[in-house]
Design a protein around this ligand. Structure first.
Ligand code: UGA
Length: 457
């Protein structure tokens, strides 16, 4: 099939590359010439493990990139994968979506049926909005010449290729039978694992996840749009819940690691997304919970559980800062080292991270802060320009003369720091491990005072 992906961010570049790998002729459109040049030279515009290799393998063959919308004319399927940033009031800013819709309208082929797919996370009702923009501008009839459908993306950053090639589910939101037929053909290769080598478990690339069957689920447009928000908000609620349980564990002398393990053994609950942290963050959960809550309030059906999860998440950031403050008595004049600025490991994404909230609080309370991240330092610095912190090239530098080190992101790299050297460099070797990730006993043997989260015994 002939596919166009608009946007070369996380959603667009991963989706475009994946369909190129599956054998479809795919073109990624981005208005940023630099990103297009990167893709054309065989490089990924984002940091995502494995993506560079796949782009390099397929560029000039099944994968292309351009700034021009002319390729829409020949497309069978057009994915919209542009950004939908949050506005001040929590609602999503749809200007990139509107502008993509207009450019599609100007280039749509009147002689063929084109399926336009909302792949980005967009407010419920956006597909109808896109259809009306295209309808108005092109004079072509929605449902007859084209259909706008929802096919939400569920990929996690850092694991995007695993999620795209081996998804739990593919959700298709449309009642248009012609569009449904196109989508079944589009996903045929993926569902039937064409090009998939059972012996090596490779999709012709060097990645080896556990194969599991995907469920192909067809529903109506609005339900598909709702599934995306309801899923992300549910996961955020789940994390906020275990984080609150962790706080109670500390007070009552229980161990949240065992509590979440014991809970997760119930298949109705499941063990995933029960890992304690300093709070969920990143480019999806904060934005999506805010938009979902704002929509529910707009229609007089406030999602009070989502509201509580957002508030609880902010309390979790405060809780971490308070723990350090209690340990050091005061934060005024104290030197604090922070390990991890990205919202999770294996990504350079430092948008809306818990690190930014926690570091701001530490600075407000009078601490001096040194920071390190293996991949996200540049992004974090560009987004938090005025923040008075020292950026350290090597992780162990955050320990120099420090009163506390806080681990925020569980990068594997941090398992391999010279912790013995860190202990000798610190003014008082205290570590708060907000991911319960580091080897506690070894650190204590090196003289560290170790604290995790939710471990009250
Ligand atoms: C999330 C969803 O997991 C994806 O399914 C979805 O497609 C994506 O948003 C999106 O809407 O585009 P992502 O934001 O990449 O994916 O990251 P997650 O792995 O879900 O983590 C989100 C946050 O929750 C991170 O801060 C992470 O550290 C935190 N988290 C996650 C926990 O604190 N505990 C956990 O057990 C799991």
């Amino acid at each position: 099939m002939n596919i166009v992906c608009i946007g070369s961010g996380y959603v667009g570049s991963v989706t475009g590359t994946a369909f190129a790998v599956l054998g479809h002729q795919t073109t990624v459109i981005d208005m940023d010439q630099k990103k297009v040049d990167l893709i054309c030279s065989g490089k990924s515009p984002i940091y995502e493990p494995g993506l560079n290799e796949l782009i390099e393998m397929h560029i000039g063959k099944t994968l292309r990139a351009t700034t021009s919308y002319e390729v829409v004319y020949d497309a069978d399927v057009v994915f919209i994968g542009v950004g939908t940033p949050s506005r001040e009031d929590g609602t999503a800013d749809l200007s990139f979506i509107r502008s993509a819709a207009k450019s599609i309208a100007q280039n749509l082929n009147p002689h063929k049926f084109t399926v336009i797919i909302d792949k980005s996370t967009v407010p419920i009702g956006t597909a109808d909005l896109v259809a009306s923009i295209i309808d108005d501008m092109s004079g072509l009839k929605a449902e007859e010449h084209f259909a706008v459908i929802s096919n939400p993306e569920f990929l996690r950053e850092g694991y995007a290729l695993e999620d795209v090639f081996f998804p739990d589910r593919i959700v298709i939101g449309t009642t248009n039978e012609k569009a449904r037929a196109v989508l079944r053909e589009l996903y045929h290769n993926l569902l039937n694992r064409v090009g998939y080598d059972e012996a090596t478990r490779h999709f012709k690339f060097s990645f080896n996840p556990q194969a599991r069957p995907a469920v192909y689920f067809e529903t109506d447009l609005k339900s598909a749009e709702m599934i995306k928000y309801a899923s992300n908000a549910f996961l955020a609620v789940k994390i906020s819940y275990i984080n609150e349980v962790a706080r109670l564990c500390e007070t009552l002398g229980a161990n949240v690691l065992d509590v979440s393990k014991g809970m997760g053994l119930d298949s109705r609950i499941g063990s995933k997304f029960l890992q304690v942290s300093s709070g969920w963050s990143g480019s999806c959960f904060p934005k999506d919970t805010a938009e979902f809550l704002a929509t529910s309030q707009k229609y007089g059906r406030e999602l009070s559980i989502v509201k509580a999860a957002i508030e609880s998440n902010e309390l979790m950031h405060d809780f971490c800062v308070e723990k350090v403050q209690m340990r050091l008595k005061t934060l005024i004049g104290k030197n604090i080292g922070v390990l991890g600025l990205t919202f999770k490991p294996n990504t350079d994404d430092a948008r809306q991270t818990q690190a930014s909230a926690i570091i701001r609080k530490l600075l407000d309370m009078g601490a001096n802060v040194k920071v390190h991240d293996p991949k996200g330092m540049d992004v974090f610095q560009s987004l938090n320009g005025g923040l008075a912190v020292s950026y350290c090239e090597h992780a162990d530098e955050v320990a120099f003369n420090s009163d506390a080190v806080i681990l925020l992101t569980h990068w594997d790299d941090y398992l391999h720091i010279n912790w013995s050297l860190m202990a000798t460099m610190m003014r008082s070797p205290y570590i708060l491990d907000t991911r319960n990730f580091l080897p506690r006993t070894s650190l204590e043997e090196l003289g560290f005072t170790y604290e995790g989260l939710g471990i009250g015994n």
